[in-house]
Design a protein around this ligand. Sequence first.
Ligand code: NIG
Ligand code: FE
Length: 391
Amino acid sequence: MASTLIINIGQLVTNDSSHDGTKLGLIKDAALLIEDGVIAWAGSNADAPTHHIKTTIDAEGMCVLPGYVDSHTHMIFAGDRSNEFRARMLGESYTAGGIASTVEKTRKASDELLLAHAKFLAAEAHSGGTTTLEIKSGYGLSVNDERRCLEIASQITEETTFLGAHVVPLEYKDSPKDYVDLVCGEMLNVAAPFAKWIDVFCDKGAFAVDDARRILKAGIAKGLLPRIHANQLQEGQGVLLGVELDAASVDHVSHLSEIDIEALSTSKTVATLLPGAEFSTRSVYPDVRPLLEASITVALASDCNPGSSYTTSMAFIIAMAVREMHFSPEQAVWSATMGGAKALRRNDIGHLVEGARADFQILNAPSYIHLAYRPGVNLVEQVWRNGLQLI
Ligand code: NIG
Ligand code: FE
């Protein structure tokens, strides 16, 4: 059996509350044993097993935590929209209108170029500590382009999401219902073999709640699992629809009513907050406290996309969540790891418990607090996935 032992971990974040009664399940002066790609044991350095160890890594007092589970990205696209970002920073407001320009460039790009670009972004995410990525389509918006975007995404991750209902493409501007028919019919048929999830952008300038319901139900009938972009730009019915359909996650949720919070609190649906979008669109950050007070499970993700959040850095997301959205450092780290796993309905990732995938990072810092305390600094020393060192 190929065993690796990490010793002299100054602070180990397990997300297993049985260790210390807190959400992060901290162990001071810890060790971690990995066997065949999974966690075999976590505990005190003094109790670390000594037999049958093939490799020993000395963490020299650094902090070890689970790899980030980035449960919301749009990494399959071509081109960038830096000029649109610049205009916003000079006072323009964000509308979903810019998506059309990315669609135009994505349609023109070859499969090879789209794959190479997505791999580049995935590698960037890994170097920042991310070990699981969800990737959506949504910049193809034709039958063939959505299919090939998902086929490319499925070469990078098993967490692929069909977002043919991102916006109505320009050629359907005058007949949006025909586009909804296409998404629910032919487009879904060719996308489904490459997708695990189905998503709809249910918001101002995108899809109304009745169309979103029809599209998500069509996906569910094809065996896809629902998630939804909801209440990013304004309050609406998207969150309630997500709860109605037992969506794994409602994402963005920057504008929530008391009814939305009540509905989420009695559901299994996770609220995924995406502060990169507020940063990049100069919008007001939502406050996480009402969600936590209502015992709602909260995830944090990057929303990596060329329009509203062009970052892969989960450490940056954590820093924003702490500084701007009233997350405690503990809650932010949990939401970026275990919260993301819950948003993908996964039990095998996001925590360092016996039997979980050995996906973790070693930080060049003594504590997870440094993630928010030292913003903009890449603290990642090593990244391991499936028990193998990636970085
Ligand atoms: O999640 N909200 C919708 N979609 C993306 C933005 C897409 C874009 O502007 O290109 C998001 O923020
Ligand atoms: Fe998004």
